[in-house]
Write a protein that binds this ligand. Structure first.
Ligand code: URA
Length: 236
């Protein structure tokens, strides 16, 4: 059971203060009866809570797919740079979302934002080996030797050994799909650097079962569908 004002605020549509105001104005019905006070409790699963006659549904967690553009940092706040949270509207920003894993400032593509800490932990845990697929463009064509090096585990400049990774060459070889089963800092850039090349463009396409929606333009977002939440193991 939760307080009504808290439940209303959890939708992200109203602040706690606005929710109290709605209750005081008699605009909130709980099972057809006007809520008496903000402290009144209701069961978010079984109670029918309506505002101005429109029933609300309370989801415990929120899952947002963002097509991250370059130039934005994968953080919840930053004193001088634009963050991925700044790309969301206030009602979503109020929900305590954070990015699941990072994309570099100059990387783009799929970023999942959620307030479901358990799911984030499961997706990022090295033990779970959740595949991440990226499109890259490099400053020179990659070769079958580079593919073999990726397949057997690249040695980074600092001595770190990466898990075997997929490298599927496209076109003339200066484009490729990279599949990682782990997530080290600047991993792809460092793997490519260890092969004597440089990454010019990097875009994440998928993370486990979650695939970037091709209809999302750079900087656009949408909520995950219930099916996507289920498949990725969320608690929608
Ligand atoms: N690897 C990188 O080097 N950068 C990213 O943003 C993601 C993977």
């Amino acid at each position: 059971m939760d307080r009504i004002d808290k439940l209303l605020a959890s939708t992200g549509r109203w602040t706690r203060r606005e929710a109290k105001q709605l209750i005081q104005e008699g605009r909130v019905l709980v099972d057809g009866v006007p809520a008496a006070a903000p402290e009144q409790k209701a069961d978010p699963v079984s109670a029918c809570v309506a505002v101005d006659g429109k029933p609300l549904s309370f989801q415990k967690y929120t899952y947002v797919m963002l097509n991250k553009p370059e130039g934005v940092v994968s953080a919840t706040e930053d004193t001088c740079q634009q963050t991925v949270l700044d790309l969301l509207p206030p009602e979503l920003r109020r929900r305590g979302l954070f990015p699941v894993g990072r994309l570099d400032k100059d990387s783009e593509g799929l970023l999942l934002l959620t307030n479901d800490g358990d799911l984030a932990h499961r997706l990022l845990s090295p033990k779970k080996h959740v595949d991440k697929v990226y499109y890259i463009r490099t400053d020179r064509p990659l070769t079958p030797e580079d593919q073999e090096a990726f397949a057997s585990g690249v040695n980074l400049a600092d001595g770190t050994v990466c898990l075997p990774a997929g490298l599927e060459l496209l076109g003339r070889g200066d484009e490729a799909f990279v599949t990682l089963h782990e997530g080290k800092f600047h991993q792809i850039k460092r793997m490519i650097a260890s092969r004597g090349a440089a990454v010019c463009q990097l875009k994440r396409l998928s993370m486990g079962t979650l695939v970037l929606d091709s209809s999302l333009k750079k900087g656009e977002y949408r909520l995950l569908t219930p099916e996507e939440v289920l498949k990725i193991g969320g608690n929608g």
